[in-house]
Design a protein around this ligand. Structure first.
Ligand SMILES: Cc1cc2nc3c(=O)[nH]c(=O)nc-3n(C[C@H](O)[C@H](O)[C@H](O)COP(=O)(O)OP(=O)(O)OC[C@H]3O[C@@H](n4cnc5c(N)ncnc54)[C@H](O)[C@@H]3O)c2cc1C
Length: 437
């Protein structure tokens, strides 16, 4: 097995640039023998390493990260920690078990995050105030009605919102209708992932800037990094869309690149032009629609592009072009704030499968892989990390059963057909997006 996306791209823009820099932990430069190695320190790997440390307090858990904490999707996302997923297309009775299972997974992740944040006093602007799901155009308005029906049938606490009510709460006339789901939290993603990394139990050894280049599998496997060799009894890959495994698994995940912009801090007068809520997060009821947030520090963030860019971040020229799309969406929603400049511009890559499922798998006796959450991985990734630790230790937990019951990810063809297919599927996400973008 070896890693083919060798060049681990990083760029410090966006959420990480809004906060105090963090000193990364050192690279691994010596050879070690390890019982447990977790590869990748996003939400999945951090959660998995923490749980392994709890299960094996006398063992060292090695957590090996190619980049610096905060540079992967876990530090670049929009910060919606959902308790309830939105399944488009309306309630289907036959899917009830699936809905319930996915929400149990979301809620396990949310509960775990909340307790880690509280116990370690992680300052990450965590706000338990629910999440808006709004519609600006015809298709999404129909989806809004279907989502309300779904929430009613599932008895999930929510508030239906008219155009006027949205204007009162958020200060924008752009949306036609929507719903606020009461469970669910907002976070500053970079602050959260920094806090999770800096509060790991003392028996977790985190090494950053240490890409795993190759794994030779055996009863004890050999993991090669640029300056070290690890002999590992058990390996958990938590590396999202960059799995090191060759062959069938790699063929089931692609990286889709998203981009967004964040304004400067609004003045008090500008802030008062907005609605009654002091901070909020809007998810679109169209799959290609914008996610828009008013952050705790009074900035507006908007993310509304997604494309297949060969699993890579966008380059500066691409980013500049995408910012025109962010600007248009911002001006549509907040014409009275159109003078407010964007201070931050960023992209991030999320792991996507063709049939929108996730991966939770034992690949061989001592090799496991958890990841790929199709744009919804804060709570799910945390839950998958927890469950993977238990699964790898042979523990019979309900959460493990829930994660094992998810649908198998569909096989994807090799390049160049993969590239074409991924490009096409990503484009389809915007079909009929209209004013929701
Ligand atoms: C712009 C954007 C917005 C999003 N918004 C939301 C949102 O609002 N809510 C939500 O729930 N989700 C959102 N997501 C998705 C969410 O961010 C991801 O699902 C989640 O972060 C995945 O966590 P992870 O730990 O599995 O993967 P990652 O965060 O990608 O972490 C995997 C880690 O593995 C490391 N790695 C890879 N290969 C190797 C190797 N060979 N050796 C060592 N390390 C390696 C990587 O460097 C990386 O740090 C968004 C994603 C993006 C990009």
């Amino acid at each position: 097995m070896n890693q083919t996306y060798h060049n681990f791209d990083q760029e410090t823009k966006g959420w990480v640039d809004l906060i105090q820099p963090r000193v990364p932990s050192t690279k691994l430069t010596v050879d070690v023998n390890a019982k447990w190695v977790v590869v990748g320190a996003g939400y999945t790997g951090l959660s998995c390493a923490r749980r392994l440390a709890e299960l094996h307090p006398n063992e060292k858990i090695f957590l090996i990260e190619a980049r610096e904490i905060g540079q992967s999707a876990s530090g670049r996302n929009s910060g919606y920690a959902v308790a309830h997923s939105h399944f488009s297309g309306g309630y289907q009775k036959t899917q009830l078990e699936n809905y319930q299972r996915i929400d149990r997974i979301n809620q396990s992740g949310l509960k775990s995050l909340k307790s880690i944040i509280e116990n370690n006093q992680i300052e990450c602007d965590y706000k338990d105030s629910g999440i808006y799901h709004l519609a600006a155009d015809k298709n999404s308005s129909e989806e809004s009605d279907q989502f309300v029906d779904y929430l009613q049938k599932r008895q999930i606490e929510h508030i239906e919102l008219s155009k006027d009510q949205i204007k009162i709460e958020l200060g924008t006339n752009w949306y036609q209708k929507g719903v606020k789901v009461k469970d669910g939290a907002l976070v500053q993603p970079a602050k959260l992932v920094f806090g999770l990394a800096d509060s790991l139990p003392s028996n977790v050894e985190l090494y950053e800037n240490t890409p795993v280049l190759e794994i030779d599998m055996g009863r004890v496997s050999t993991i090669k990094t640029p300056s070290s060799i690890l002999k590992a009894e058990n390996i958990i890959m938590a590396c999202n869309y960059e799995p090191i495994a060759k062959g069938k698994l790699k063929q089931r995940v692609v990286g889709v690149t998203l981009s967004g912009s964040i304004t400067r801090v609004l003045s008090q007068d500008e802030f008062e032009m907005l609605g009654s809520e002091s901070s909020w997060g809007v998810l679109s009821l169209h799959s290609g629609g914008a996610t828009v947030r008013l952050t705790e520090d009074k900035r507006i963030s908007i993310r509304n592009t997604a494309e297949y860019n060969n699993h890579r971040l966008l380059n500066p020229k691409q980013l500049k072009n995408r910012q025109e799309i962010h600007r248009q969406a911002f001006n549509n929603r907040f014409p009275e704030l159109s003078h407010v400049n964007f201070e931050h511009l960023y992209s991030g890559v999320e792991g996507v499968t063709a049939n929108k499922t996730n991966i939770f798998k034992r690949l061989s006796d001592n090799l496991f892989y958890a990841g790929c959450y199709n744009g919804s991985g804060i709570t799910k990734g945390t839950a998958f990390g927890l469950a993977m630790a238990d699964y790898a230790c042979g523990n019979d937990e309900d959460l493990v059963h829930d994660c094992l019951s998810i649908a198998e990810a569909k096989w994807l063809p090799p390049k160049p057909i993969l590239d074409l297919g991924a490009w096409y599927i990503t484009k389809q996400r915007f079909k009929g997006v209209g004013k929701d973008r």
